[in-house]
Design a binder for this molecule. Structure first.
Ligand SMILES: Cc1cc2nc3c(=O)[nH]c(=O)nc-3n(C[C@H](O)[C@H](O)[C@H](O)COP(=O)(O)OP(=O)(O)OC[C@H]3O[C@@H](n4cnc5c(N)ncnc54)[C@H](O)[C@@H]3O)c2cc1C
Length: 308
Protein backbone atom coordinates (compact mmCIF):
# COMPACT_ATOMS: atom_id res chain seq x y z
CA UNK A 1 0.00 0.00 0.00
CA UNK A 2 1.40 3.37 -0.94
CA UNK A 3 1.77 6.28 1.43
CA UNK A 4 -0.67 8.25 -0.70
CA UNK A 5 -3.31 5.49 -0.42
CA UNK A 6 -2.90 5.32 3.38
CA UNK A 7 -3.16 9.08 3.64
CA UNK A 8 -6.35 9.10 1.58
CA UNK A 9 -7.86 6.35 3.77
CA UNK A 10 -6.99 8.19 6.99
CA UNK A 11 -8.42 11.40 5.64
CA UNK A 12 -11.77 9.84 4.63
CA UNK A 13 -13.79 10.41 7.83
CA UNK A 14 -13.05 14.12 7.44
CA UNK A 15 -14.55 14.15 3.96
CA UNK A 16 -18.04 15.68 4.05
CA UNK A 17 -20.80 13.06 3.86
CA UNK A 18 -22.32 14.44 0.64
CA UNK A 19 -18.95 14.12 -1.06
CA UNK A 20 -18.51 10.51 0.14
CA UNK A 21 -22.00 9.90 -1.21
CA UNK A 22 -21.08 11.38 -4.56
CA UNK A 23 -17.89 9.31 -4.71
CA UNK A 24 -19.77 6.15 -3.69
CA UNK A 25 -22.76 6.73 -5.97
CA UNK A 26 -21.56 4.64 -8.86
CA UNK A 27 -20.70 1.74 -6.53
CA UNK A 28 -24.00 1.66 -4.60
CA UNK A 29 -27.47 1.18 -6.07
CA UNK A 30 -29.27 3.52 -3.66
CA UNK A 31 -30.92 3.36 -0.24
CA UNK A 32 -34.20 1.61 -1.03
CA UNK A 33 -35.10 -1.71 -2.63
CA UNK A 34 -36.87 0.15 -5.45
CA UNK A 35 -33.62 1.99 -6.25
CA UNK A 36 -31.79 -1.32 -6.44
CA UNK A 37 -34.51 -2.91 -8.57
CA UNK A 38 -34.16 -0.07 -11.09
CA UNK A 39 -30.42 -0.75 -11.30
CA UNK A 40 -31.00 -4.51 -11.70
CA UNK A 41 -33.53 -3.81 -14.44
CA UNK A 42 -30.98 -1.67 -16.27
CA UNK A 43 -28.28 -4.33 -15.87
CA UNK A 44 -30.60 -7.03 -17.22
CA UNK A 45 -31.52 -4.81 -20.16
CA UNK A 46 -27.79 -4.55 -20.93
CA UNK A 47 -27.41 -8.34 -20.90
CA UNK A 48 -25.98 -8.60 -17.37
CA UNK A 49 -27.18 -10.57 -14.35
CA UNK A 50 -27.09 -9.19 -10.82
CA UNK A 51 -26.49 -10.31 -7.27
CA UNK A 52 -27.99 -8.02 -4.65
CA UNK A 53 -26.27 -7.16 -1.38
CA UNK A 54 -28.36 -5.59 1.38
CA UNK A 55 -25.81 -3.35 3.11
CA UNK A 56 -25.10 -4.13 6.73
CA UNK A 57 -22.36 -6.15 8.39
CA UNK A 58 -21.04 -6.91 11.85
CA UNK A 59 -24.60 -6.57 13.12
CA UNK A 60 -24.90 -6.92 16.92
CA UNK A 61 -28.65 -6.40 17.35
CA UNK A 62 -30.79 -9.52 16.76
CA UNK A 63 -33.71 -7.44 15.49
CA UNK A 64 -31.49 -5.79 12.92
CA UNK A 65 -30.14 -9.17 11.75
CA UNK A 66 -33.72 -10.45 11.40
CA UNK A 67 -34.69 -7.28 9.52
CA UNK A 68 -31.84 -7.77 7.05
CA UNK A 69 -32.96 -11.36 6.46
CA UNK A 70 -36.49 -10.03 5.82
CA UNK A 71 -35.09 -7.47 3.33
CA UNK A 72 -33.43 -10.31 1.45
CA UNK A 73 -36.69 -12.27 1.32
CA UNK A 74 -38.48 -9.13 0.06
CA UNK A 75 -35.83 -8.67 -2.64
CA UNK A 76 -36.26 -12.28 -3.80
CA UNK A 77 -40.04 -11.74 -4.03
CA UNK A 78 -39.48 -8.55 -6.00
CA UNK A 79 -37.21 -10.33 -8.50
CA UNK A 80 -39.96 -12.87 -9.14
CA UNK A 81 -42.64 -10.17 -9.51
CA UNK A 82 -40.51 -8.05 -11.85
CA UNK A 83 -39.07 -11.05 -13.72
CA UNK A 84 -35.60 -9.78 -12.89
CA UNK A 85 -32.53 -11.97 -13.29
CA UNK A 86 -30.79 -11.54 -9.96
CA UNK A 87 -29.83 -13.60 -6.97
CA UNK A 88 -28.58 -12.39 -3.57
CA UNK A 89 -25.22 -12.23 -1.79
CA UNK A 90 -25.22 -12.32 2.01
CA UNK A 91 -22.55 -11.54 4.58
CA UNK A 92 -22.89 -13.88 7.59
CA UNK A 93 -22.15 -11.04 10.02
CA UNK A 94 -25.12 -9.11 8.55
CA UNK A 95 -27.37 -12.00 9.61
CA UNK A 96 -25.97 -12.07 13.12
CA UNK A 97 -22.86 -14.27 13.09
CA UNK A 98 -21.39 -12.07 15.84
CA UNK A 99 -24.47 -12.84 17.96
CA UNK A 100 -23.82 -16.55 17.64
CA UNK A 101 -23.62 -19.23 14.97
CA UNK A 102 -27.20 -20.39 15.50
CA UNK A 103 -28.67 -16.90 15.15
CA UNK A 104 -26.97 -16.52 11.79
CA UNK A 105 -27.80 -20.07 10.74
CA UNK A 106 -31.51 -19.50 11.45
CA UNK A 107 -31.66 -16.23 9.53
CA UNK A 108 -29.65 -17.60 6.63
CA UNK A 109 -31.73 -20.72 6.34
CA UNK A 110 -34.90 -18.60 6.23
CA UNK A 111 -33.54 -16.75 3.18
CA UNK A 112 -32.16 -19.88 1.47
CA UNK A 113 -35.49 -21.70 1.95
CA UNK A 114 -37.42 -18.68 0.64
CA UNK A 115 -35.12 -18.54 -2.40
CA UNK A 116 -35.41 -22.30 -3.01
CA UNK A 117 -39.21 -22.05 -3.06
CA UNK A 118 -38.94 -19.36 -5.73
CA UNK A 119 -36.21 -20.97 -7.81
CA UNK A 120 -33.57 -18.47 -6.68
CA UNK A 121 -30.04 -18.74 -5.35
CA UNK A 122 -28.11 -17.42 -2.34
CA UNK A 123 -24.38 -16.71 -2.34
CA UNK A 124 -22.74 -16.59 1.09
CA UNK A 125 -20.07 -13.87 0.89
CA UNK A 126 -16.75 -14.50 2.59
CA UNK A 127 -15.63 -11.97 5.21
CA UNK A 128 -12.36 -11.75 7.12
CA UNK A 129 -10.42 -14.84 8.18
CA UNK A 130 -11.95 -14.93 11.68
CA UNK A 131 -15.19 -16.02 10.00
CA UNK A 132 -13.89 -18.47 7.36
CA UNK A 133 -14.45 -21.69 9.31
CA UNK A 134 -17.96 -20.75 10.43
CA UNK A 135 -18.89 -19.54 6.95
CA UNK A 136 -17.78 -22.82 5.39
CA UNK A 137 -19.68 -24.68 8.11
CA UNK A 138 -22.84 -22.71 7.28
CA UNK A 139 -22.43 -23.64 3.63
CA UNK A 140 -21.72 -27.30 4.34
CA UNK A 141 -24.65 -27.69 6.74
CA UNK A 142 -27.12 -26.10 4.33
CA UNK A 143 -25.95 -28.43 1.56
CA UNK A 144 -26.15 -31.43 3.89
CA UNK A 145 -29.72 -30.38 4.72
CA UNK A 146 -30.55 -30.65 1.04
CA UNK A 147 -30.34 -27.04 -0.14
CA UNK A 148 -28.81 -26.98 -3.61
CA UNK A 149 -29.45 -23.28 -4.22
CA UNK A 150 -26.59 -21.99 -2.14
CA UNK A 151 -22.99 -21.10 -2.97
CA UNK A 152 -19.92 -19.91 -1.18
CA UNK A 153 -16.86 -17.71 -1.80
CA UNK A 154 -13.17 -18.60 -1.60
CA UNK A 155 -10.43 -16.00 -1.40
CA UNK A 156 -7.25 -16.56 -3.41
CA UNK A 157 -5.21 -14.49 -0.95
CA UNK A 158 -5.66 -17.09 1.81
CA UNK A 159 -3.03 -19.82 1.93
CA UNK A 160 -5.70 -22.33 3.04
CA UNK A 161 -7.85 -21.87 -0.08
CA UNK A 162 -6.38 -24.69 -2.18
CA UNK A 163 -6.99 -27.06 0.73
CA UNK A 164 -10.56 -25.71 1.09
CA UNK A 165 -11.15 -26.44 -2.60
CA UNK A 166 -10.03 -30.01 -1.98
CA UNK A 167 -12.11 -30.37 1.19
CA UNK A 168 -15.27 -29.11 -0.53
CA UNK A 169 -14.79 -31.04 -3.79
CA UNK A 170 -17.17 -33.89 -2.95
CA UNK A 171 -20.03 -31.38 -2.62
CA UNK A 172 -19.29 -29.99 -6.13
CA UNK A 173 -19.80 -26.53 -4.68
CA UNK A 174 -20.91 -23.45 -6.57
CA UNK A 175 -18.01 -21.12 -5.76
CA UNK A 176 -17.19 -17.48 -6.34
CA UNK A 177 -13.43 -17.19 -6.51
CA UNK A 178 -12.02 -13.72 -5.74
CA UNK A 179 -8.72 -12.29 -4.53
CA UNK A 180 -10.11 -11.34 -1.08
CA UNK A 181 -10.68 -7.80 0.15
CA UNK A 182 -9.56 -8.09 3.77
CA UNK A 183 -6.07 -7.32 5.00
CA UNK A 184 -4.83 -10.56 6.54
CA UNK A 185 -1.66 -11.55 8.40
CA UNK A 186 1.20 -12.83 6.19
CA UNK A 187 1.24 -16.13 8.12
CA UNK A 188 -2.16 -16.99 6.66
CA UNK A 189 -2.30 -14.90 3.49
CA UNK A 190 -0.26 -14.16 0.41
CA UNK A 191 0.62 -10.50 0.27
CA UNK A 192 2.53 -10.57 -2.98
CA UNK A 193 0.37 -9.50 -5.95
CA UNK A 194 1.66 -12.24 -8.26
CA UNK A 195 1.28 -14.91 -5.56
CA UNK A 196 -2.39 -13.99 -5.16
CA UNK A 197 -2.87 -14.17 -8.92
CA UNK A 198 -1.17 -17.58 -9.05
CA UNK A 199 -3.35 -18.86 -6.20
CA UNK A 200 -6.46 -17.55 -8.00
CA UNK A 201 -5.55 -19.39 -11.20
CA UNK A 202 -4.74 -22.59 -9.32
CA UNK A 203 -7.98 -22.52 -7.31
CA UNK A 204 -10.04 -21.75 -10.42
CA UNK A 205 -8.36 -24.58 -12.36
CA UNK A 206 -8.92 -27.05 -9.51
CA UNK A 207 -12.57 -26.02 -9.12
CA UNK A 208 -13.21 -26.45 -12.85
CA UNK A 209 -11.39 -29.81 -12.82
CA UNK A 210 -13.82 -30.86 -10.08
CA UNK A 211 -16.80 -29.91 -12.26
CA UNK A 212 -17.83 -26.94 -10.12
CA UNK A 213 -19.84 -23.96 -11.35
CA UNK A 214 -17.53 -21.01 -10.74
CA UNK A 215 -18.17 -17.27 -10.53
CA UNK A 216 -14.88 -15.71 -11.62
CA UNK A 217 -14.93 -12.43 -9.69
CA UNK A 218 -12.22 -10.03 -10.78
CA UNK A 219 -11.49 -6.82 -12.67
CA UNK A 220 -7.85 -7.81 -13.18
CA UNK A 221 -7.37 -8.00 -16.96
CA UNK A 222 -4.67 -10.65 -16.68
CA UNK A 223 -6.92 -12.85 -14.54
CA UNK A 224 -9.84 -12.29 -16.91
CA UNK A 225 -7.66 -13.65 -19.73
CA UNK A 226 -6.62 -16.61 -17.58
CA UNK A 227 -10.28 -17.20 -16.71
CA UNK A 228 -11.22 -17.24 -20.39
CA UNK A 229 -8.32 -19.60 -21.14
CA UNK A 230 -9.34 -22.08 -18.43
CA UNK A 231 -13.01 -21.95 -19.39
CA UNK A 232 -12.06 -22.69 -23.04
CA UNK A 233 -9.70 -25.49 -21.99
CA UNK A 234 -12.52 -27.10 -20.01
CA UNK A 235 -14.84 -26.67 -23.03
CA UNK A 236 -17.56 -25.12 -20.88
CA UNK A 237 -20.84 -23.96 -22.37
CA UNK A 238 -21.93 -20.36 -21.71
CA UNK A 239 -24.19 -21.37 -18.83
CA UNK A 240 -21.56 -23.46 -17.00
CA UNK A 241 -19.60 -20.56 -15.46
CA UNK A 242 -19.87 -16.81 -15.04
CA UNK A 243 -17.72 -13.76 -14.60
CA UNK A 244 -18.59 -11.37 -11.78
CA UNK A 245 -17.76 -7.71 -11.21
CA UNK A 246 -18.67 -4.98 -8.73
CA UNK A 247 -21.22 -2.32 -9.68
CA UNK A 248 -19.46 0.70 -11.16
CA UNK A 249 -16.00 -0.87 -11.35
CA UNK A 250 -14.36 -1.07 -14.79
CA UNK A 251 -17.69 -1.24 -16.67
CA UNK A 252 -16.03 -1.21 -20.09
CA UNK A 253 -14.29 -4.51 -19.25
CA UNK A 254 -17.65 -5.98 -18.28
CA UNK A 255 -19.29 -4.74 -21.47
CA UNK A 256 -16.53 -6.44 -23.48
CA UNK A 257 -17.17 -9.76 -21.69
CA UNK A 258 -20.87 -9.53 -22.51
CA UNK A 259 -20.12 -8.73 -26.16
CA UNK A 260 -17.86 -11.79 -26.30
CA UNK A 261 -20.80 -13.90 -25.11
CA UNK A 262 -19.75 -14.56 -21.50
CA UNK A 263 -22.24 -14.52 -18.66
CA UNK A 264 -21.55 -11.54 -16.38
CA UNK A 265 -23.09 -10.93 -12.95
CA UNK A 266 -22.82 -7.55 -11.26
CA UNK A 267 -22.56 -7.34 -7.45
CA UNK A 268 -25.07 -4.65 -6.55
CA UNK A 269 -25.06 -3.27 -2.97
CA UNK A 270 -27.90 -1.11 -1.70
CA UNK A 271 -29.36 0.05 1.62
CA UNK A 272 -29.40 2.62 4.37
CA UNK A 273 -25.93 1.74 5.59
CA UNK A 274 -24.17 3.08 2.50
CA UNK A 275 -22.08 5.62 4.46
CA UNK A 276 -20.58 3.32 7.07
CA UNK A 277 -20.18 0.66 4.37
CA UNK A 278 -18.30 3.06 2.11
CA UNK A 279 -16.03 4.31 4.87
CA UNK A 280 -15.29 0.85 6.21
CA UNK A 281 -14.59 -0.58 2.78
CA UNK A 282 -12.35 2.33 1.91
CA UNK A 283 -10.46 2.20 5.18
CA UNK A 284 -10.14 -1.57 5.33
CA UNK A 285 -8.44 -1.62 2.01
CA UNK A 286 -6.71 1.68 1.39
CA UNK A 287 -5.87 0.56 -2.16
CA UNK A 288 -9.53 1.08 -2.97
CA UNK A 289 -9.30 4.65 -1.74
CA UNK A 290 -6.45 4.99 -4.20
CA UNK A 291 -8.57 3.61 -7.06
CA UNK A 292 -11.40 5.94 -6.20
CA UNK A 293 -9.18 8.98 -5.96
CA UNK A 294 -7.57 8.09 -9.29
CA UNK A 295 -10.95 7.39 -10.81
CA UNK A 296 -12.39 10.69 -9.57
CA UNK A 297 -9.41 12.60 -10.94
CA UNK A 298 -9.76 10.73 -14.23
CA UNK A 299 -13.39 11.70 -14.51
CA UNK A 300 -12.61 15.34 -13.80
CA UNK A 301 -10.04 15.41 -16.58
CA UNK A 302 -11.51 16.05 -20.03
CA UNK A 303 -11.33 13.08 -22.40
CA UNK A 304 -10.89 10.45 -19.66
CA UNK A 305 -13.69 8.11 -18.58
CA UNK A 306 -12.11 6.68 -15.45
CA UNK A 307 -12.08 3.19 -16.87
CA UNK A 308 -8.47 2.96 -17.89
C1 LIG B 1 -18.50 -9.84 -7.68
C2 LIG B 1 -17.47 -9.71 -6.60
C3 LIG B 1 -17.73 -10.23 -5.36
C4 LIG B 1 -16.77 -10.17 -4.35
N1 LIG B 1 -17.02 -10.80 -3.15
C5 LIG B 1 -16.05 -10.82 -2.23
C6 LIG B 1 -16.19 -11.57 -1.03
O1 LIG B 1 -17.22 -12.23 -0.79
N2 LIG B 1 -15.18 -11.54 -0.13
C7 LIG B 1 -14.03 -10.84 -0.36
O2 LIG B 1 -13.13 -10.87 0.48
N3 LIG B 1 -13.87 -10.11 -1.48
C8 LIG B 1 -14.84 -10.08 -2.42
N4 LIG B 1 -14.65 -9.37 -3.56
C9 LIG B 1 -13.52 -8.42 -3.67
C10 LIG B 1 -12.29 -9.09 -4.26
O3 LIG B 1 -11.81 -10.02 -3.34
C11 LIG B 1 -11.19 -8.06 -4.56
O4 LIG B 1 -10.82 -7.39 -3.41
C12 LIG B 1 -11.57 -7.04 -5.60
O5 LIG B 1 -12.37 -7.60 -6.60
C13 LIG B 1 -10.33 -6.44 -6.26
O6 LIG B 1 -9.59 -7.48 -6.87
P1 LIG B 1 -9.47 -7.67 -8.45
O7 LIG B 1 -9.43 -9.13 -8.73
O8 LIG B 1 -10.50 -6.89 -9.15
O9 LIG B 1 -7.99 -7.18 -8.79
P2 LIG B 1 -7.22 -5.77 -8.46
O10 LIG B 1 -5.88 -6.00 -9.02
O11 LIG B 1 -7.38 -5.46 -7.05
O12 LIG B 1 -8.06 -4.80 -9.32
C14 LIG B 1 -7.93 -4.71 -10.75
C15 LIG B 1 -8.38 -3.31 -11.14
O13 LIG B 1 -9.81 -3.20 -10.90
C16 LIG B 1 -10.13 -1.92 -10.36
N5 LIG B 1 -10.79 -2.13 -9.06
C17 LIG B 1 -10.83 -3.28 -8.38
N6 LIG B 1 -11.62 -3.16 -7.25
C18 LIG B 1 -12.07 -1.87 -7.26
C19 LIG B 1 -12.94 -1.14 -6.42
N7 LIG B 1 -13.52 -1.66 -5.32
N8 LIG B 1 -13.20 0.16 -6.73
C20 LIG B 1 -12.66 0.71 -7.83
N9 LIG B 1 -11.84 0.06 -8.68
C21 LIG B 1 -11.55 -1.22 -8.42
C22 LIG B 1 -8.85 -1.14 -10.30
O14 LIG B 1 -8.75 -0.40 -11.49
C23 LIG B 1 -7.76 -2.20 -10.29
O15 LIG B 1 -6.57 -1.76 -10.83
C24 LIG B 1 -15.56 -9.48 -4.60
C25 LIG B 1 -15.30 -8.95 -5.85
C26 LIG B 1 -16.22 -9.07 -6.86
C27 LIG B 1 -15.89 -8.53 -8.21
Amino acid sequence: MSLVDSAIARFLPAVPKPLVRRISERYIAGEELDDALRVVHRLNRDGKLATLDVLGEEVTDPDEAAAIAASYRDAIDAFARGRLDSNVSIKPTALGLMLGYDVCRGNLESVVRHAAERGNFVRIDMEDSTTTDETLRLYRELREDGFENVGVVLQACLRRTIEDVRALAALRPNVRICKGIYLERPEIAFRDFEAVRASFVQALGDLLDNGCYVGIATHDEWLLQEGKRLVAEHELAGDEYEFQMLLGVRPALGDALVREGHRLRIYTPFGQHWYSYSLRRLQENPRIAGYIAADTVNRLLPGRNGDS
